[in-house]
Write a protein that binds this ligand. Sequence first.
Ligand SMILES: [Mn+2]
Length: 323
Amino acid sequence: MLQINIPQGVIDCINKTDKFVVMAHKQPDADTLCSALAIESFLSRIGKKTSLYTAGPFTRIETLHLQDKFKTTTMSDEDKEGAVLIIVDCNSPDRVGFFEEEIKEMPVMVIDHHATVSDFGTYNWIDPTYPATTLMIQDLITFFNEVPTPYEAETLFLGFCTDTGFFRHLDHGTEESIKRAAELVKYGASPKQTFTIMTGGKNLSSRKLMGRILERAESYYDGKVIVSWEDLIDREELKAEDRDSDTLYQALLSITGVEAIAIVRQESDTKCTVGLRSVQDVDVRKLAQTFGGGGHQRASGFAVEGKLKDIKEELISRFQNYL
Ligand SMILES: [Mn+2]
């Protein structure tokens, strides 16, 4: 059961502060961007001075239309002077990218639903029972006896839908989240338009890249684990940037008997990133943590130095401890 349980320090800080810098994490997804946009919109309409930043880059198709609302350069003194920094959807300083150094002298408020808790932040509101950070922002607006504007409702709904896989990741006991989503529809969000933003905009090369990754998928541990990969050559040959991870993960997770999947992506000759997903019980966050990554129980990832082949083999071997 989701309850509005905002720490008093966060509320007091919003009440007594006139100026905020709102920041989304680096390599932003829709949840962090939409959380930032909605809280910025809310704070500015209750009379606060605000500015919006992220280190970017904007790579996810469903976030491209949000890009021009954010500053992606070093903070200006005008924005920074006397401001409290609000960071949404992450709770460690390295997740803000190149801003890490310059935010050190600022008071920081962290609003996040990830379980990894650091002592970063002067005012923290961290609650992993929320399925999306946007839902926390929605509760914050409600707490201040306001309702979302149509723009805020639409924005909050997009963040909520991307983090919940358009409700697919919501299990029993999530009726409070769905009630809040219904409120957003009441105040101006369209599920139909949101689904189009989330699933449209693809190009042929991304489908072909997905085809290659599916073709290469191999099964381990009696079919419980599926691992596949993509390398630099794939992306160069296909001129593909985006592989549409969500659709790809879905396709592999839907195989009978599969409990978890991993896709290794070569980023350079010496570096790879790995995306992990599980159907139900396998805790892929714990597995990702052994490589220095993190995330959620059923969705996690990490970046690691090494050759694609070696990383893949090490990953397959470490899986046995988590099945
Ligand atoms: Mn999130």
